[in-house]
Design a protein around this ligand. Structure first.
Ligand code: CDP
Length: 235
């Protein structure tokens, strides 16, 4: 039974969110997205020449994404370097963004995306994807839509939105975590992973609660982008 959340949030309540774009002056586009105690900073460079050359595609651009948790992002310092988890997360971010960006407009070019997790309390791949998507929009890349991403899941008998690490670790209650990424205005799913066990019916409920959360995140992303561009037009 999981009748009350550890941090007292409602089951469909997101953690507190902060979002801003244009946070890395030397990048072509950048964004910071913080949800509870999870924070991602994304920097986008390009379109630029593809290096190494053998990754080049004659009919479209390629995305090179690198996700990294910085050593002090969690309480037990993380060993620096690129491990299998970093590789997997970099790949799922790349795949999701490939569905959002019109890559066919950049043949033989590369878009480089670096995402750094400065604080981690679960949901880092979702925060990274949201930050990377805002950073791509900030870089002026043509996109079908922004991506809004959040994890949802099930703890005990309850369907929950935006799990914390403490919630993910409720093994006795059988916590299940489902990171989801949407193109909200297209109603398309561009990221869906599953950590745990869940029935088909519950998975539908998890995706539905995830969409409610993603729609709120989508509004926050758009507001951050509007703030950036209205500040620019004033200066
Ligand atoms: O972060 P996300 O939920 O997307 O991915 P995960 O691999 O399920 O990791 C869940 C959480 O475990 C992270 O958000 C961190 O809070 C924590 N973690 C950690 O403490 N040390 C690691 N080396 C990796 C993850």
């Amino acid at each position: 039974m999981y009748n009350e959340r550890l941090d007292k949030r409602a089951f469909d309540e997101l953690r507190k969110i902060e979002a801003e774009v244009g946070v890395v002056p030397n990048a072509n586009g950048s964004a910071r997205f913080k949800i509870g105690n999870t924070e991602a900073i994304a920097a986008v460079y390009g379109p630029q020449e593809v290096k190494p050359k053998h990754f080049e595609k004659s009919d479209r651009g390629v995305i090179m994404c690198k996700y990294d948790m910085i050593p002090f992002s969690v309480s037990d310092r993380i060993k620096p370097g690129f491990d299998r988890r970093d590789m997997e997360i970099s790949e799922v971010i790349t795949n999701a963004l490939s569905r959002a960006i019109f890559l066919e407009e950049f043949p033989k070019s590369m878009i480089t995306i670096n995402v750094y997790i400065t604080q981690a309390d679960a949901g880092t791949r979702c925060a990274s994807l949201t930050a990377a998507s805002m950073a791509c929009a900030d870089a002026g890349l043509p996109m079908r839509d922004l991506i809004a991403s959040v994890a949802a899941g099930k703890i005990g008998d309850s369907i929950v939105l935006d799990l914390t690490k403490e919630e993910e670790d409720l093994h006795e209650e059988g916590a299940t975590d489902v990171p989801i990424g949407f193109l909200p205005s297209k109603n398309e799913v561009v990221l869906l992973q599953l950590d745990g066990k869940v029935s088909r019916e519950d998975l539908k409920k998890i995706i539905a609660i995830g969409k409610v959360g993603a729609d709120k995140i989508y509004q926050i992303e758009k507001e951050a982008l509007k703030r950036r561009f209205s500040n620019e037009s004033k200066s």
